[in-house]
Write a protein that binds this ligand. Structure first.
Ligand code: CMX
Length: 440
């Protein structure tokens, strides 16, 4: 079987030709228009970015290189075998996102070994991580850890050595795999430093990327390994416009290297309207439980509705609900719900999440603001992690950050291989918009 690099080497000239042809045939066609509302409203729905690795449909949800989540679960190799025997591995989704092809089990195993070889952290990065205050948010520590590893960038070195632009992809490839490989030990170190007094644990490289990461965290159960595989696969990519993917793409478009580019992505992920919602959901559920436990009242549809209205009336959002593009329940929510039914049907917190799912769309519809009253991915992830005893929810977004690199950096690889330009959309002032519209 061909290696990942061999596969990509064959694809690059074909994809370059395809893009050239697309521009030649259709370069001046109109893809859409931009209204004043869209210009002021965060660019929702504006079609202005090329993103190859995945595409999001408002009703159906995400497709990774054309495959839905259930299709990926059916077709992609797992840790144990070819497919269908447990959850697919992050190595498999990385291969799919980079190449558009379903890898064999052997190709995935080769990629696992390659990632392990690339995972060493420079001494100055571990020293920096170990010096950070335990009170610093785990996402800040994570981002700093990756930033410190930027000294290892092959792309930055190749560029300063004067590499020809047709060869950018080679050092980008090295950096993309190096960053993904290093994120697991950086994330594990942040976790052990923050919650376990800096006692570091060794991974187990006879396992896959996920299980090795779990061992470094201190988690050692086949159930949690499976959850980590599912988690790392489904958070990997969500087309290009979401803040973490877009930030990575934007920073990368300046020819800043993949380390710097992904630090940009991580810092976008750290916001509560994006990846931090992962943490916020668990916090919201804990607050809810604490309130009604203290009052001696049961957590049920009635009390959850009451608590939801308190949140809304205080001018806050319900974390884990709503979406900028989706208009139905997120399939990433649904597959986690199915995981819960299969592995933890009687879990107390899962039942709370399930009850929230029953009442919240009605509450948000009555509230009348959100365009999508249904749950997103972040609504379910925390409760699964919590079930296995992984309860430090301030840390949850770091796991999202380990995963999102797989998609965002796969696209950065293609950005350089296809020679995509500096991103620079046009901005307008309020005065300009007003004058322009009044003249029409
Ligand atoms: N609770 C309360 N109000 C909400 C809401 C929610 N869950 N979702 C949207 N709204 C409000 C918006 O704040 C906005 O109010 P204003 O008009 O007062 O500004 C109004 O409804 C319209 O917003 P929208 O068009 O439905 O949604 P946006 O595209 O602007 O925002 C999102 C999308 C995700 C930021 C928003 O739904 C939200 O804040 N959700 C809660 C946070 C969350 O779960 N984020 C994670 C998303 C997934 C991810 O990226 O990881």
């Amino acid at each position: 079987d061909a290696t990942l690099k061999e596969t990509l080497t064959v694809q690059i000239p074909q994809k370059q030709e395809e893009l050239k042809q697309l521009k030649a045939d259709h370069g001046s066609k109109v893809l859409g228009e931009v209204t004043v509302d869209q210009c002021i409203g965060g660019g929702r729905g504006v079609r202005c970015m090329l993103w190859e690795t995945s595409l999001l449909d408002a009703a159906e949800g995400i497709r990774f290189r054309g495959y839905t989540i259930p299709e990926c679960q059916e077709l992609l190799p797992t840790f144990k075998g070819p497919a269908g025997d447990g959850e697919p591995t992050p190595e498999a989704i990385l291969w799919l996102l980079l190449t558009g092809e379903i890898p064999t089990k052997e190709q995935c195993d080769g990629l696992t070994a390659e990632l392990f070889e690339r995972s060493a952290l420079p001494a100055h990065a571990t020293q920096l991580l170990d010096s950070l205050p335990k009170t610093m948010h785990p996402m800040t520590q994570f981002s700093l850890g990756l930033q410190a590893c930027q000294t290892e960038s092959n792309f930055a070195k190749a560029y300063s050595d004067g590499v020809h632009k047709t060869k950018y992809w080679e050092s980008t490839y090295e950096d993309v795999l190096d960053v993904i490989a290093k994120l697991a030990p950086i994330a594990a170190r942040v976790y052990r430093n923050t919650y376990f007094n800096g006692e570091q644990l060794k991974g187990d490289t006879s396992l896959d990327y996920s299980a090795n990461f779990c061992r470094m965290l201190g988690m050692d159960s086949p159930g949690f390994d499976e959850l980590m595989r599912l988690y790392l696969v489904i958070h990997s990519d969500h087309e290009g416009g979401n803040a973490s993917a877009h930030a990575t793409h934007l920073v990368g478009s300046t020819l800043s290297d993949p380390y710097n580019a992904y630090v940009g992505g991580l810092n976008a992920l750290a916001g509560p309207l994006h990846g931090l919602a992962n943490q916020e959901v668990l916090g919201w559920i804990q607050d809810l439980k604490a309130k009604f436990d203290a009052e001696g009242r049961e957590v049920n549809e009635k009390t959850i509705t009451e608590f939801a209205w308190e949140t809304l009336n205080a001018g806050k959002v319900i974390p884990g609900f709503g979406h900028a593009v989706l208009r139905k329940t997120d399939p990433r929510y649904t597959c986690q719900r199915e995981f819960a039914f299969k592995h933890l049907p009687d879990d107390e917190l899962f039942k709370v999440v399930d009850t929230i799912y029953k009442v919240m769309p009605g509450v948000l519809t009555e509230h009348g603001k959100t365009a999508n009253p249904y749950p997103n991915v972040d609504s379910h992830s925390g409760v699964l992690l919590w079930h296995y005893g992984f309860t430090q929810y301030e840390y949850y977004t770091v796991l999202f950050g380990v995963s999102r690199a797989i998609g965002a950096l796969s696209q950065v690889f293609w950005d350089r291989a296809l020679g995509l330009p500096l991103e620079r959309p046009k901005s307008l002032t309020t005065g300009f918009i007003k004058d322009f519209c009044e003249k029409q």
